[in-house]
Design a protein around this ligand. Structure first.
Ligand SMILES: [Fe+2]
Length: 263
């Protein structure tokens, strides 16, 4: 099974506007064109939050329109820049749990994907409260198939202090909810970091993809108030190949105008 991960598109209120030297809507069109050319056979496209820069309906409308040519199933989850109501309006297959959080469980040939809502309205960091954990516990306990997690904020620090202050604020309950099912959890996909990242957490493989627009610098030292260091590293998205034995996360980087060649 092939799936795609797009994250942190940050489409502005006025879709024509630039953000940090690139135009997010143009970047998104480049991603869609690249997918149509090379990965139209993917079965699922996951969008892991910060889809709009400030949660405006115009951004979600532009996003839905830009994604329309894609033939695969599209699923969204919210980031700290998003508004749940806007996502629900433009992506009707997103669903809310009983407590009103935008969390969706989807069944696939490789197992159950759980798309989590870590949004704490008005805050740049994430949270995963008792009510959200209750939904997660139910999703984990009502099936015995492999589990795939997707969320915006990572539930751990990645060593970039300016972003670590905006991770999931308190992952204690989240971790405790997952722990009994850890052996069945195949992967955790996240966004928020605007960088390609891989590794593991509690023995669970993890990965993050680059943003199609602007990247966070690999600065492991500087903490300057609320500021986050950005950089002009290539934009990208992830192409993920899954079978019974392995999960391979490819990072497709864009904005490379050099001619292709054979090695
Ligand atoms: Fe973001």
């Amino acid at each position: 099974m092939k799936i795609l991960q797009l994250s942190d598109l940050h489409l502005p209120d006025s879709p024509e506007r630039e953000l940090f030297g690139r135009r997010p809507l143009t970047q998104l069109h480049a991603v869609v064109d690249d997918i149509l050319a090379h990965h139209a056979d993917a079965e699922l496209c996951l969008l892991t939050g910060d889809l709009a820069d400030s949660g405006a309906d115009a951004a979600y409308a532009a996003l839905a329109e830009a994604l329309r040519p894609l033939p695969m199933r599209i699923q969204v989850l919210p980031g700290n820049h998003d508004r749940r109501a806007g996502l629900l309006r433009y992506f009707p297959n997103a669903t809310c749990d009983n407590a009103g959080f935008l969390q969706t469980a989807i069944e696939t040939p490789v197992g159950r994907f759980l798309l989590l809502d870590t949004l704490e309205a008005g805050a740049p960091w994430g949270s995963y409260c008792t009510e959200r954990c209750r939904w997660l516990a139910e999703q984990l306990s009502t099936s015995t198939v492999p589990i795939w997690l997707a969320m915006h904020h990572p539930p751990f620090k990645v060593g970039i202090p300016s972003m670590d202050q905006y991770a999931l604020l308190d992952a204690t309950d989240f971790r405790a909810t997952l722990l009994p099912h850890r052996a069945r959890i195949r992967h955790l996909f996240f966004g928020h970091l605007h960088r390609p990242i891989g590794g593991s957490w509690m023995g669970i493989p993890i990965s993050c993809t680059a943003s199609p627009n602007h990247q966070v610098a690999l600065d492991l030292h500087t903490l300057r108030g609320e500021a986050v260091p950005g950089c002009g590293e290539p934009a990208g998205y992830a192409v993920i190949l899954i079978n019974d034995e392995h999960t391979v996360v490819h990072h497709r980087m864009l904005n490379d105008d050099a001619p292709a060649f054979w090695l």
